[in-house]
Design a protein around this ligand. Structure first.
Ligand code: ATR
Length: 280
């Protein structure tokens, strides 16, 4: 058989997903294709999804701005995606669209791959910057995997409060960005999920890194364009260990591919190739 996958979102012309899944298909020895379905925000979403239904894809990904909007159109939703409130992968099971979220697991896999020994200890202290969709997925997965000491720093405190309540995070403290900045070195892992560091904010970081940080701290940024954000560069300069966002991109795709094909591909060897794509 030949698999047919796709991606919906806007804008997606420069998406690396066709390249990533093309490689996965090749590595798994499978035939297939991965097409882009760019849905302009002015178009009728309902009408565009009818087109997608007719195309009978085996599975597809959903990216911004449709990860929430897709939910009412599904025939079923996995409990993790439901708790996160966003779907980035749909599996077509005998004509039924079942929604999943691979971001949290993708993040955890990429982190475990980079720092397997550090993360065996579930009492590690974690700080997450942000309380949007990506933060929700990461926070949910980390807490479900036994990490209890997770604090949240967000510009808008109410959004962080909502997350703490929804996920019943009794040990979680909510910090302002300024408070977080003053206590960075107390965290074993710092996870940056906001958009600060991308595009027009490439010269900025969500907080200033100081030299109290050392190789005891891991600083992780989920932004992958640019690959090396200001935050990661500053963290490297003071001797902290870092974790790059492009690895999460690969592992969330790996998990989606598994859901579609039941095959696990090894992604380590693709990390450098992806870097070339991103930097080239
Ligand atoms: P995503 O799905 O990528 O997580 P999102 O749901 O729009 O995107 O969330 C964006 C995150 O970046 C939020 O935590 C947001 O903070 P607020 O909750 O205060 O809006 C954060 N963010 C975006 N721009 C920011 C800025 N200029 N300063 C600080 N935080 C910012």
């Amino acid at each position: 058989m030949s698999y047919r996958f796709g991606l919906i979102g806007y804008p997606i012309k420069h998406s690396l997903s066709p390249w990533i899944h093309g490689n996965f298909l090749h590595m798994a020895g499978l035939l297939g294709s991965y097409s882009l379905y760019e849905i302009n925000t002015q178009d009728s979403f309902t009408e565009q999804l009818k087109v997608l239904r007719k195309d009978k894809l085996d599975g597809f990904n959903i990216t911004a701005p449709y990860k929430q909007k897709i939910i009412p159109f599904l025939d079923g939703i996995d409990k993790e995606a439901e708790a996160i409130g966003a779907v980035n992968t749909v599996v077509n099971t005998n004509g039924k669209w079942i929604g999943y979220n691979t971001d949290g697991i993708g993040y955890l896999r990429s982190l475990m791959n980079a720092y397997p020994f550090d993360l065996q200890d579930k009492s590690k202290r974690i700080l997450i910057f942000g309380a949007g969709g990506a933060a929700r997925a990461i926070l949910y997965t980390l807490s479900k995997n036994g990490f209890n000491y997770i604090d949240i720093a967000n510009r808008t405190e109410d959004k962080a409060k909502e997350l703490k309540l929804q996920y019943e995070l009794s040990k979680t403290s909510l910090l302002s960005l300024q408070e977080a900045e003053q206590h960075l070195e107390e965290y074993d892992l710092i996870v940056q999920t906001t958009s600060i560091g991308m595009n027009s904010t490439q010269d900025s970081a969500i907080v200033s890194i100081n030299d109290k940080l050392s190789n005891k701290n891991i600083v992780s940024d989920i932004i992958y364009q640019p690959v090396s954000t200001r935050l990661l560069r500053d963290a490297l300069n003071v001797g902290a260990r870092i974790h790059y966002g492009h690895t999460m991109l690969l592992y969330q795709a790996q998990y989606a591919f598994e859901l579609w094909t039941n095959k696990q591909v090894k992604v380590d060897e693709m990390e450098n190739k992806l870097l070339e794509q991103l930097e080239g």
